[in-house]
Design a protein around this ligand. Structure first.
Ligand SMILES: Nc1nc2c(c(=O)[nH]1)N[C@H]1C(S)=C(S)[C@@H](COP(=O)(O)O)O[C@H]1N2
Ligand SMILES: [Mo]
Length: 321
């Protein structure tokens, strides 16, 4: 199951020693994870919790993005995933994503930009200062996690590509590696997995381009080597393993709204008052909280309303689900 293959990562991006203070704080917040502090620490650089060892990814904890919620354990964050390219089961990504080739890796930025560019992952890692942010991730399936991500705002990358005045939307294209992704055969999705945002959403400071989690480089099952995370939207908006970013004048098609347009809209803002046609979105199960733990009330915009509600002023959120 674990593939003990460290992606080649430039020495400049690897901190030789984990930042113990920051890690310790996470572990303490993680509740039961705190018990693993000693073991996890001693085993740093080797496989722990049944996961492949991963290089440390430097990033300064951003005090603006902290939560009182306990962190979801690293084991759950990397072992319970949706990544349909590897299958529809929650443990399929952990089992099979190790096959994905994440180096060399380039990301093409094109469309309504002054100068289309292809950037190498090693350059993308250095494009802006790496931050650590703790975000809630709320899946449309009504479960959630609390994850310490490493990345920087997507706006830093978009600025680099100099969008034209016609750029009103951003589309994200995920990787397709036919020999390495056993889920592609299922054809549930018209591959590649595609997602999108309105330009103001893409430029919002909360929208993060992510390269790591728990202070280490992203595991493949979480979208290595680069993904987006949009914390006020259902998890499916946060495309993994991105190879292309297109700036567009018109709203792009997106994978889930193509499959079931009445169930999954383009906006997909977390909204406890608008149920999915087949289930309520009012509450959620926090992964790892235990079988008898009460469900949590889902927060409007996943708790980020103060920061993002203005983006949707005057919009009918029932029509634009
Ligand atoms: N390429 C791709 N990206 C994807 C998905 C996918 O199947 N393929 N699943 C989405 C869904 S439904 C969720 S909830 C999140 C899960 O992210 P995580 O596994 O890192 O928690 O990834 C999203 N990004
Ligand atoms: Mo999801």
């Amino acid at each position: 199951m674990p593939r003990l293959k460290l992606p080649p990562i430039p020495p400049s991006e690897i901190t030789p020693e984990p930042r113990w203070a920051a890690r310790r704080e996470w572990m303490l917040r993680a509740g039961k994870g705190a018990l693993a502090l000693g073991v996890g620490g001693l085993l740093a650089g080797r496989a722990s919790w049944g996961q492949a060892a991963r290089g440390v990814l430097a990033g300064a904890p951003n005090p603006r993005y902290r939560l009182d919620d306990a962190l979801t354990t690293e084991e759950d964050v990397t072992g319970y995933n949706n990544f349909y390219e590897f299958g529809t089961g929650k443990s399929d990504p952990m089992r099979y994503a190790g096959r994905m080739q994440t180096r060399p890796w380039t990301v093409r930025i094109e469309g309504e930009v002054e100068k289309p560019v292809t950037l190498d992952i090693d350059d993308l890692l250095k494009l802006a200062p790496m931050e650590e942010r703790i975000y809630r991730l709320r899946c449309v399936e009504a479960w959630s996690m609390v994850i310490p991500w490493s990345g920087y705002p997507l706006s830093a990358l978009l600025a680099r590509a100099r969008p034209t005045s016609k750029a009103k939307y951003v589309q994200f294209i995920s990787a397709v590696q036919p020999e390495r992704m056993p889920g592609l055969g299922a054809r549930i999705i018209d591959w590649p997995y595609r997602e999108g945002l309105r330009m103001d959403e893409a430029l919002h400071p909360l929208t993060l381009l992510v390269f790591g989690l728990y202070g280490k480089i992203l595991p493949n099952q979480n979208g290595a080597p680069m993904r987006v995370v949009i914390p006020w939207k259902y998890g499916f908006k946060s495309g993994k393993s991105i190879v292309g970013i297109r700036l567009l004048e018109n709203q792009p098609p997106t994978s889930w709204s193509e499959i079931a347009p009445h169930e999954y809209g383009f906006y997909a803002n977390v909204n406890p008052t608008v149920p999915h046609p087949r289930w309520s979105q009012a509450t959620e199960r926090r992964i790892g909280s235990g079988f008898f733990a009460p469900r949590l009330e889902t927060l409007m915009y996943n708790g980020y309303g103060d920061q993002v509600a203005g983006l949707y002023a005057g919009m009918d959120l029932r029509a634009h689900y």
